[in-house]
Design a protein around this ligand. Structure first.
Ligand code: TYD
Length: 140
């Protein structure tokens, strides 16, 4: 695990009819859910994400198929394979994220702590590097 990025277990309720997962605001995840969106139909050659957020907290769950999420924090870069509805990747704080290696059937559900706000995005990697340097300096 790296700080600001953590894999969490999600309970699956499976019976002869199929499976079900439930995620409750302020219980299973420690933020209030304001938005849910899904990424799907991604060509395996394509990448999504390639940005960081200033404030947003997110939980990513591959509810079908699989994909890889690369996270860069102030400390390190790490890849996480999401391939089951019973695992969620919790991402909060200044984290550069890139999603790739999508299987054609992948549906990546993202649960977010805030409404969509373009001002919360850092879309240039250089700006992200500056932002983590500034945070590290102000924390010293
Ligand atoms: P984009 O940020 O490029 O997606 P990704 O993080 O997967 O690379 O968003 C694609 C489009 O969808 C863009 O026009 C903005 C829009 N969008 C919303 O309207 N609401 C949302 O919650 C999100 C995440 C994106």
């Amino acid at each position: 695990m790296i700080s600001n990025v953590r894999l969490i277990d999600i309970v699956e309720h499976i019976d002869y009819r199929g499976g079900l997962i439930a995620i409750e605001s302020l219980k299973d995840i420690l933020f209030d859910i304001k938005r849910v969106y899904c990424i799907y139909g991604v060509n395996p050659e394509n990448k999504r994400g390639e940005h960081a957020h200033k404030k947003l907290k997110q939980l990513m769950v591959a509810i079908a198929g699989k994909c890889t999420v690369k996270c860069q924090t102030v400390e390190e870069i790490k890849e996480f394979e999401l391939c089951s509805p019973n695992k969620g990747l919790l991402v909060e704080g200044l984290v550069w994220r890139e999603m790739y290696n999508f299987s054609r059937d992948c549906v990546l559900m993202v649960i977010a702590s805030e409404y969509y706000d373009e001002h919360d995005y850092i879309r240039k990697h250089d700006d992200f590097v500056k932002a983590i340097k500034n945070r590290t300096l102000s924390a010293d």
